[in-house]
Design a protein around this ligand. Structure first.
Ligand code: ADP
Ligand code: MG
Length: 321
């Protein structure tokens, strides 16, 4: 699709403006901390195996809009940090005191969990994964595999509930986070299933806002979740074939084929894979939300600056490019 090719030169690699007192540049997002709020700019960067690999056209806005969709849809299940979206790829959120762990909920054994299990590692989370499972098999009920939150280039490490409540998070708060994670995942699975998708697994982050546990970061986006096509699941599973994916696993597969699985320097993304991934993100949006995604064409940096200025979040003429 030619408009995706045209957008390759306009993607948002970084966002550099004087905003807030403090900023944090993550793998994908740039956070600008105001007093009790954050302006979260989702760049078009794509990361896998904890490395930044390049940019994908429209990725930032699609992710932001999917996250917004889910925050609004699930606020009755768990309070979250969402306030507003001043630009298609910017969220205004409440600033939280983050818990030092993430909770991954998994409905199926796949990805890194499967890669470990295949090597005989089956007890990293304080319980044993059932014996004799095969790749991409469904769990009887979803399991929780918490991890620590690692610094850039480091991998998040598995951790058990026992270790978490022994020193990192109050037991009551952690158990509430577990409950939120399970309920959100169940809501996500139900919604996905009605649209011919499987929500395979997803990662949640939590933080305290005004003394209350909140869901923060992003939810059920393709960066934090795996989605498969439901229709072909069973046959592909029985034949031992890879599942049809609408998510980040595409790029992991591409990297593995190029001989990269986390160690050393990642290969440069070709234009073809950047366009293909853009199509995947748009397809996921369409299937999940039910509407075609209407991407904003042209320079992303300028658009965001204009929108933030209009919303009074940015003083004029502070653009550093
Ligand atoms: N409401 C919030 N309050 C404080 N920090 C948050 C909030 N929501 C998300 N974050 C943090 O913002 C960062 C988002 O940027 P991201 O690119 O995902 O970074 P990372 O590379 O650390 O995963 C994450 O570190 C996440 O924990
Ligand atoms: Mg992150």
């Amino acid at each position: 699709m030619s408009y995706i090719n045209d957008q390759l030169i306009h993607t948002l690699k970084s966002f550099n403006v004087n905003l807030g007192d403090e900023n944090y540049s993550g793998k994908v997002r740039e956070n600008f901390y105001l007093d009790d709020k954050i302006i979260m700019v989702t760049t078009d960067r794509v990361s896998a195996f904890d490395h930044i690999l390049g940019t994908i056209p429209f990725k930032g806005e699609i992710l932001t809009q999917i996250a917004k969709f889910w925050f609004e849809k699930t606020k009755h299940i768990a309070p979250n940090h969402y306030i507003d979206d001043p630009d298609p790829q910017v969220l205004l959120t409440k600033r939280a005191k983050t818990l030092p762990i993430e909770i991954i909920v998994r409905g199926y054994i796949t990805g890194s969990l499967w890669r470990d299990y295949e090597k005989g590692i089956d007890d990293q989370y304080g319980f044993k994964i059932p014996a004799g499972m095969t790749k991409n098999q469904k769990f009887d009920s979803p399991i929780l595999t918490p991890t620590t939150k690692a610094d850039y280039g480091e991998h998040d490490e598995p951790i058990s509930k026992e270790e978490i409540v022994a020193g990192l998070v109050d037991k009551d708060i952690y158990e509430k986070a577990e409950k939120y994670a399970i309920e959100l995942f169940s809501e996500g699975q139900k919604w996905a299933q009605e649209r011919g998708l499987i929500l395979v697994d997803t990662k949640y982050e939590f933080g305290m806002i005004d003394g209350e546990l909140n869901v923060i970061d992003e939810i059920h986006t393709p960066d934090s979740s795996r989605y498969w096509m439901a229709e072909e699941y069973q046959e592909r599973y029985e034949n031992g074939e890879n599942q049809l994916m609408l998510d980040k696993e595409n790029i992991r597969q591409w990297l593995i084929e190029k001989g990269f699985s986390g160690e050393g320097t990642p290969p440069e993304l070709s234009e073809d894979i950047r366009v293909l991934l853009s199509e995947k993100y748009m397809e996921l949006y369409k299937v999940l939300i039910g509407d075609d995604y209407n991407p904003s064409l042209g320079d992303v940096n300028t658009r965001i600056i204009n929108n933030l200025t209009d919303e009074g979040l940015l003083k004029e003429n502070v653009n550093e490019g």
